[in-house]
Design a protein. Structure first.
Ligand SMILES: [Zn+2]
Length: 96
């Protein structure tokens, strides 16, 4: 399964709820899941990390569904085999 398929799966399971909650409410859930991922990093629990990554991806897909964004198409359009800033296949941008 690729990103497009996973986004469609999230649509089938959750769109009826996500669409009622709306974009901003769904965005707040995504932020909560990103925060949980951040808390999981220092705990060094592989299973918990995997769960939190899954939640972040699921909520990102939910938000994209509410806003009618094709996540795979958008990502591949921007990151089309090279860094969108410097244009190199292996990024040569200066460190921030
Ligand atoms: Zn770059």
């Amino acid at each position: 399964m690729e990103v497009k398929g996973f986004q469609e799966l999230m649509r089938q399971i959750y769109f009826h709820r996500d669409s009622k909650r709306g974009a901003y409410g769904t965005f707040l859930w995504l932020l909560e899941e990103v925060a949980e991922l951040g808390k999981a990093i220092p705990q060094n629990d592989r299973k918990n990390l995997e769960d939190e990554f899954a939640d972040v991806l699921a909520w990102l897909c939910s938000l994209a569904n509410v806003l009618n964004i094709d996540l795979e198409k958008a990502a591949l359009a921007k990151y089309a085999g090279k860094c969108p800033k410097c244009g190199f296949k292996v990024c040569r941008c200066p460190e921030a």
